[in-house]
Each structure stands twice: as C-alpha cells, then as structure tokens.
Design a protein around this ligand. Structure first.
Ligand SMILES: *[C@@H]1O[C@H](CO)[C@@H](O)[C@H](O)[C@H]1NC(C)=O
Ligand SMILES: *[C@@H]1O[C@H](CO)[C@@H](O)[C@H](O)[C@H]1NC(C)=O
Ligand SMILES: *[C@@H]1O[C@H](CO)[C@@H](O)[C@H](O)[C@H]1NC(C)=O
Length: 627
C-alpha cells in the first residue's frame, strides 16, 4: 500500500508530486463496474468520440458507513429506542459518511500508476470524489471502454460510453460511480469544450427521461363566484371539512421556532391574489400572508402568474398548508430553478451531494436552509440507473437523520407512474397496450426514508364522520419497489396485506419483496381552492401531502413547545404497535393502472391508502409520549 499525505476536506486540494512516491505497478484485474444495455430514451448514438476531446472525469468514492444508515436512523426514530429523538447534527452526518482516506488513497494510487500525473488529480471538498481532466484516449484506457457522442432529441450532446466501463478490482470496491460514462442527464458535464468551462447542469437535466409530475389529477371545476356554495364536504372540501375529517384543530404556539416548507418546480408558481381570495373566505386573518421564498438553483417567484396550469399545484399547496396551520406558522417556499428536479433540493441542503451531481458553481449549493417538514408533490417513475435512485434515497435518509420529515404525494396514476406508463418484461417503460404488463412504481415514492401519502375522498352523500374511500376519479399511487427491499418496520403490516388481500396477478406484475407504499393517506378530492380569482375544486395526492405535512408540523410545534426535538423520520413510529389506533382504516376503493384494477384498499395497510388517514389528537398524543 502506497501512502501519501493528504489533507482531506481542503477545497480542490491539488495532490503534491513531492508527497507522492513513485508508484509500484498494480496487477489487479479489471472488473465491469457498471453497465447499461440500451441507449437511454430520447438519445441516439451519434458518432465515435474524438480521441483528443477532454473529459472531466469525476470518480465518486463510496461513502463510509452507508450500510449502517438504517441502524443509525432506527436508533433515533424507532419509538422503542432509548435514543429516540436524539437527532444528529449535520456535522455528525457529514463526518460519518465521508469517504475513507483509504478510498482516496487507492483511487489516487491507481490513477498515478496508470499514467496520470499526480498534479493533474484533484480531490473535492469533503474528499467525496476525485477529479481529473483526461483525453478520450486516456479515459478509454483507464476505464477499459470506448467513448461515443450521443445526441438528444432536444439537441443536447453528451459524451458517454456504450455498454459499460471497467475498474481494477481493488479500486472498484472504493468507487461509487464514474462520470461521464453511462448516466445521461443525471450528473453533469460530459465534456469540456475548448475555451469553455464544463457544461452546466442545466443543459443536461432535460435529458433524464424522467418526467416531472405535479400530482394534480382532478381538473379544476369552478364553483360559482362565491367562495363556497354551501354544499356538503362530499362535494366541496374546505379547510373546515379537513379539520373535521381528522379532528385537526390545533393552535400553533411555537411557530417562530418551527419550520415547514413546500417544494415547487420551475415555472410552477403560486398567485398572490389567488391566495388572498382564498384566505378572505377561509382564513380572513391570513389575507396578505405569503410563503417565504427560498430560491434553489436559481428558482424565482412569480406571484403574478395567472396561467392555471402553472399556478394550480403551488396555489393548492399553500392554501392548504398555510390555511390549516394558521397565521402563526411561517411557511417556506423552496422554488427550484426551471430545469431542476427534487434532487436539486438535496443539493441545496448538502454541499457534498451538490458536488456529486455536478452542481459545483451554484450559490445555493449546500447553503439552503432546511425545514423540519418538507412537502413534495412532484415525482417520477422508478427507472434509470439504480445507483442514482439509491444515492438520492440515501441522501433523504441522511437528511432524515438530522431531523427532516419528507412528506411526499404518492402519485395519481394508480399502479402506473404516469398515465398508462408501465414496465415491460425487460424493464423498459412502455404503455400497457405495448406490452407494459408490470406495474411502474413511483420515485421517490418508493424510498423508505420519506413518508408517502396516498389520497382519499368522502363518498358521495357522506359526511366527514363517515369512513372515506380511495378516490374513484383517479388512482391514488401505490405499489411495491423494484429497487428498495421491504424495510423491517413495515414487514408485519405489508406481509399481512400480501397474505390476506393481495390480488392474484402473476408474480412478475409487481415485486412482493419491495418496499410497499404509500404509508398513510389524506383527502385528495374535491378540494376547494382559488385559481385565477375563481373558486373551484381540484384533487390529487398533491392535496394529501400538504394536509399531512400540516399535521406533522403541528406535532413538531407541540414537541418543540415541550422542549423536545422535531419528529424527523416518522415511518418506524407510524407502523409500530403503539401507533396502531391512530388510523382511520380505509377499506373501500382501488388504484387501477397498467390495464388492471390495481390493488384494493383493504383492512390494515394496503398499497392504495397505506395505514389509512390519521386521527390527529391520537397521533399527537403518541408522539408527545415519546422522549
Ligand atoms: C478541468 O478543466 C476545467 C476547464 O478548463 C477546469 O475548470 C477544471 O478545474 C479542471 N479540473 C481539473 C481536475 O483539473
Ligand atoms: C424490451 O421490451 C419492449 C416491449 O416488449 C421492446 O419493445 C423492446 O425492444 C425490448 N428491449 C430490449 C432491449 O430487449
Ligand atoms: C424486486 O425487488 C428487489 C428488492 O427488494 C430487487 O432486488 C429485485 O431485483 C426486484 N426484482 C425485479 C424483477 O425487479
């Protein structure tokens, strides 16, 4: 083992030639590190790469202790744990998962042995990855691969390799992934144009193939000029209807010490006038209140936006969250720049992750203030390189360790991730008519470190004291992950469903060993909002997420007022026996998709409405009983 001195954590450290003795030959054989079978959707192979083109090679090192993430999380989030609520500081998180010095040494030693002069090699902040600019010829030699130029239908050009790339066996263990190689669009710059710095992330983001979805399925139905036509909660769900449904009538006492935010993407903006028209009817003392803008990756506010397609999601989120929590709870708006996606938010929270996804220059990189609860109503399908899905999910886990509760809308297309987009036998995304017989789970909905919220509705003619059902107008997103195995904390609930109520589809239609989602449910149909000055109703799990986020924020308020920590990752608690009777079980309805009736809401947990809707006072008392 060659040793050399190196200051880890020093920004852009250049390895000193002197500190590095001449290397001995490495004899380790090469192994396939990552592979891919087809060119990602939307891309075509254009030509062989120019051997002299420069590639900004970035070698992401494996994080230390990642295999312990679940144990660390359960230690602070399992209600049985003596350390419940003892959240980690961001510094503890960064320190614990920082790649080891051994990983840095091994990669450095490999590169220099293979002919890369040490003064060309840089180590990023926190020692998370090693960077070196290489020619295509050098990259092909180092990685045992061939480079090509790919072109996207939108004109974007990327350099990448075709089938896979290789690393020496002893190096492979220390490397998460190398870019640019196979991951189009997920990570940044694929080549350096002469005289220019590396391509920014913007041009690459359109190319993930993953669609951005705001879960707002029910089209807006105007309800006349008055804000409420006075009909029942089965037809128009107002803030009062929601309060009645879940006995959620809470008076905020620690608002200045507590935080909650909603993520919105790109052009999707709330309209300030719409908020005021809504507040005037349902929360008169909040007229004039606005969320506090937190710009992420250049996201900007346009509170004069009037296009209903662009105001619908954001209007709904803030009318519900602000309206339910009242004037005393400040609410943040995490507005992501126009080409970004939810991973930009984590990049804003965590500088190391930001660099891993190639966002090194953005001022929001690692500087975005966190909130105790974050509501997200945008998603995508669980597809693409599983390393990316895992990396993004682990990032949520690390943030959860420091106390963030991610509340996520489970999707509005039942067992498909978008309208009739399903998976074929070989895992490609196709419509059900074209051989898409496998259900297509939602991402990040399948990540175990967030709380996925499905939707319910009040049955026609019923009142808020009657049991709700799964929405009849659209399929509340749910199912089983193909990437994340079923966590121990939900095994009892999910196994009970699978053994008693699972439909008789073939074993290949959905993955019985995967993480089941959603976790909980909340109303998501006939919700009264205001769009372009006009009151009306809308629906989707987009409503369910902010409703549940409001309730968890109220729990945090009470805990903070009592000198306790925010709840952070709540899933192990929700599924524990102590919390069993906080739920209103939903046993009616289903979530069709992919040419099937999907799953049926059933007694206990089910992949339509999770554990059910919550009775707020009971949930509050359980969380207050915890340390
Ligand atoms: C690679 O080249 C770019 C553009 O010239 C430069 O900004 C960057 O610092 C270089 N990276 C390394 C590791 O030398
Ligand atoms: C995967 O399956 C789909 C649908 O059956 C088919 O169109 C496609 O060609 C297949 N792709 C591969 C790489 O086998
Ligand atoms: C099913 O899920 C497990 C994770 O629980 C995964 O390892 C496996 O590859 C999945 N199977 C398919 C066919 O996707």
């Amino acid at each position: 083992m060659i040793s050399f001195s190196l200051v880890v954590g020093f920004a852009g450290a250049i390895f000193s030639v002197l500190a590095f003795p001449s290397p001995s030959p490495q004899l380790s054989r090469r192994v396939l590190h990552e592979s891919r079978h087809d060119v990602p959707t939307g891309w075509t192979l254009h030509k062989r790469a120019d051997p002299d083109a420069t590639l900004p090679l970035s070698i992401a090192l494996v994080q230390s202790n990642l295999h312990n993430l679940d144990d660390y999380l359960l230690d602070v989030a399992d209600p049985e744990s003596p350390n419940y609520g003892k959240l980690w500081t961001p510094e503890m998180v960064a320190e614990t998962f920082r790649p080891s010095k051994e990983s840095v040494d091994v990669v450095h030693s490999w590169l220099s042995t293979d002919g890369v002069h040490p003064n060309r090699i840089q180590l990023s902040d926190n020692g998370a990855f090693v960077r070196v600019n290489v020619s295509v010829t050098e990259a092909e030699r180092l990685l045992g691969t061939e480079y090509y130029v790919y072109e996207h239908s939108d004109g974007t050009i990327r350099y990448g390799c075709q089938h896979g790339y290789h690393l020496p066996e002893h190096v492979s263990r220390h490397v998460d992934f190398v870019t640019p190689t196979l991951h189009f669009g997920t990570f940044t710059a694929s080549y350096i144009q002469p005289g220019r710095s590396a391509l920014s992330k913007r041009s690459s983001h359109a190319s993930t193939g993953a669609k951005h979805r705001a879960s707002l399925k029910e089209t807006f139905k105007a309800i006349g000029t008055k804000a409420s036509s006075g009909v029942g909660c089965d037809q128009e769900v107002t803030l009062d209807c929601i309060r009645q449904l879940y006995s959620f009538d809470y008076n905020i006492v620690a608002g200045s010490k507590n935080t909650v935010g909603v993520m919105e993407l790109g052009q999707e903006n709330y309209n300030g006038n719409d908020l005021d028209v809504f507040f005037k009817s349902y929360a008169p003392d909040q007229v004039g209140d606005r969320p506090k803008l937190v710009s992420v990756d250049g996201g900007s506010e346009n509170s004069g936006q009037t296009n209903e397609d662009l105001t619908g999601e954001s209007n709904l989120d803030f009318m519900l969250l602000m309206g339910l929590l009242g004037k005393k709870q400040p609410v943040s708006l995490y507005q992501i720049g126009s080409d970004g996606f939810f991973d930009e938010l984590f990049a804003g929270f965590d500088r190391q992750y930001c660099q891993d996804i190639g966002e090194t220059s953005d001022s929001s990189c690692g500087n975005v203030a966190k909130s105790n609860v974050i509501s997200i109503s945008y998603g995508s399908g669980e597809s693409g390189p599983s390393y990316y899905l895992q990396r993004t999910c682990n990032e949520m886990g690390k943030l959860a360790l420091a106390g963030i509760t991610f509340v996520y809308a489970s999707g509005d297309d039942g067992v498909s991730a978008f309208t009739d987009q399903c998976l074929s036998a070989n895992g490609t995304v196709v419509s059900s008519g074209d051989g898409g017989n496998r259900f297509f789970p939602d991402f990040p909905g399948t990540c175990p470190y967030l709380t996925a919220v499905g939707a319910t509705e009040i049955k026609p003619g019923a009142s808020t004291s009657d049991p709700e059902r799964a929405p009849a107008g659209y399929g509340s997103g749910g199912g089983f992950s193909n990437v994340f195995p079923r966590p121990s904390w939900q095994a009892r609930a999910v196994n009970a469903y699978l053994s008693k109520y699972a439909p008789s589809y073939g074993m290949d239609v959905y993955n019985r060993s995967g993480r089941g989602y959603p976790d909980v449910a909340a109303n998501g149909a006939n919700i009264v909002i205001v769009a372009d000055g006009q009151p009306g109703t809308t629906g989707g799990t987009s409503a369910s997420a902010p409703i549940f986020a409001a309730m968890i924020t109220a729990v945090n308020d009470a805990r903070i007022a009592a000198g306790k920590s925010p709840v952070g990752w709540i899933n192990p608690a929700l599924y524990s026996s102590t919390f069993a009777n906080i739920f209103n079980d939903i046993t009616d309805g289903n979530n069709p998709g992919c040419g099937t009736q999907g799953f049926a809401a059933s007694p206990g947990w089910d992949p339509v409405t999770g554990l059910g809707t919550v009775n707020f006072p009971r949930m509050l008392s359980r969380f207050m009983a915890l340390p």
